[in-house]
Design a protein around this ligand. Structure first.
Ligand code: DOR
Ligand code: ZN
Length: 455
């Protein structure tokens, strides 16, 4: 096969290729942005450029289906350029951006506007979520035609830009998406519980961090997950549960899957690696995120669920805010969320080094599973012939510490400050072109493409 290839653009030789099943030493030929051949080094075609990956692992780029890149509307927190630079350095080659921007991504015009902004700035590939609202269920088809990769339902929302639609509209939206065959990502919390409890806690004068956990009690998530499963079962809509935070959801997720509901689920490094105990280190308000980082007893069951496949996907919920926005005295004024797209792979590689999971398991949850869930596989999420050459070279001996000041996001308020690192991405390629090298972004804004349009 490979003998038929004349000269290719690039050969990466001598690395250990990781897929969800195994690790194999092999070389990769890349041509016109795609993988042209995989095999022993001596079978590779001649190449214009060659990279020696001896001593390195070769992974498909991570696909982060949950990021907030903030433009349009909040460019003081992040821009598409800074965010995709952070992604590239972090080994992430495709991102899906959430619609809680300003304007929110709730119309075909807003979808087109965001794609245009992203197209100008992005150095990695991207997808754009359309938002489901009370009044736009008749526009979802047009939003998909405008290039939305998927849709987001804020079932639990206190944000007036993306309010939670009534159940009737949710049902309508699920019917439309079932028809279109598009998976819907759900922020699965109960808005009635959040608003009722939020008002009660505010009136009582509480401003402490524990009030945030009381408002976002586990039951708010359990109810949201369970209701999502019921609506998905009824309509046939494929659903994706965003940022799973509580062990109490796990039986409900398993029950939905057993019933045949096409439900995928993600969790994020902050739910796996942090707990309320970290409030003492960070200042308790800093830890605020929706849904919350909970007590330490949730971490082990979430890890187990991720390893046994109950939770399918690792995402980040990259939600950058300025340090000052995270350090306000009242919990209600403290911006929720953290940057994550640059640190996720490093944090998980440190867990691989610790024996918590294997590299093939990491590739399954970070690359293969998200690509499969959102219809990108095997063009993305795989190292196979004809796949996009979205490739990350990883050095498992690279050591260091996570430092906010070294991150590329504008809102660099990471909760992982000083976390020790053992293993890091050292080169990231998107469609065959190097976009990050040794911790520095080198890709050109405009190289990133919308995964929907890319053929
Ligand atoms: O903590 C969060 N931050 N949860 C969300 O749902 C939104 C996000 C943000 O955009 O900051
Ligand atoms: Zn989010």
């Amino acid at each position: 096969m490979t003998a038929a290839l004349k000269q290719v653009d690039l050969v990466i030789s001598g690395g250990l290729l990781v897929d969800p099943e195994r690790i194999v030493r092999n070389s990769i030929a890349v041509n016109n942005g795609r993988i042209a051949a995989i095999g022993p080094a001596d079978e590779m075609p001649p190449a214009k450029e060659s990279l020696d990956a001896s001593g390195l692992y070769v992974l498909p780029g991570a696909i982060d289906v949950h990021v907030h890149f903030r433009e349009p509307g909040f460019s003081h927190k992040e821009t598409w350029t800074t965010a995709t630079q952070a992604a590239a350095v972090g080994g992430v080659t495709t991102v899906f951006d959430m619609p809680n921007t300003n304007p929110p991504t709730s119309t075909p015009e807003a979808v087109a506007q965001k794609i245009e902004i992203a197209q100008r700035q992005a150095i990695v590939d991207f997808g754009v979520y359309g938002n489901i609202g009370e009044h736009n269920t008749d526009q979802l088809r047009a939003m998909a035609e405008a290039g939305a990769v998927s849709f987001k339902l804020y079932m639990g929302s206190e944000n007036p830009l993306v309010p939670c639609p009534p159940d009737g509209a949710i049902l309508d939206a699920f019917e439309v998406l079932a028809d279109l065959g598009i998976r819907c990502t759900v922020h699965a919390e109960s808005t009635p519980i959040l608003t009722w409890r939020g008002e009660r806690l505010l009136k009582s004068g509480r401003t402490d961090a524990a009030a945030h956990l009381e408002q976002h009690s586990d039951i708010a998530t359990v109810e949201g997950v369970s209701r999502t499963g019921i609506f998905a079962e009824w309509t046939g809509c494929k659903v994706h549960i965003a940022h799973e935070s509580t062990r109490h959801s796990l039986p409900h997720i398993r029950f939905a899957k057993e019933r045949g509901v096409d439900m995928t689920v993600e969790t994020c490094p902050h739910y796996l690696l942090l707990s309320t105990d970290d409030g003492a280190r960070l200042g308790p308000n800093f830890l605020r995120v929706k849904p919350p980082v909970r007590e330490s007893g949730h971490r082990e069951p979430l890890w187990q669920a991720l390893l046994d496949g109950t939770i399918d996907i690792l995402s980040t919920d990259h939600a950058p805010h300025l340090q000052a926005e995270k350090k306000r005295p009242s919990i209600w004024d403290c911006a929720p969320g953290f940057p994550g797209v640059e640190t996720s792979m490093m944090l998980m590689l440190a867990e691989v080094s610790r024996g918590r999971l294997t590299l093939p398991q990491y590739v399954r949850m970070a690359s293969a599973a998200p690509a499969k869930a959102f219809g990108l596989y095997p063009r993305k999420g795989a190292l196979s012939v004809d796949s996009d050459a979205d490739i990350v070279l990883v050095d498992m001996k690279r050591q260091g510490f996570i430092r906010a000041e070294a991150l590329h996001s504008i809102g660099n308020a990471t909760p992982f400050e000083n976390f020790p690192i053992l293993g890091a991405p050292v080169r990231t390629l998107v469609r065959g072109r190097t976009v990050a090298l040794d911790g520095k972004p080198v890709g050109h804004p405009g190289w990133g493409r919308n995964v929907v349009a890319a053929g």
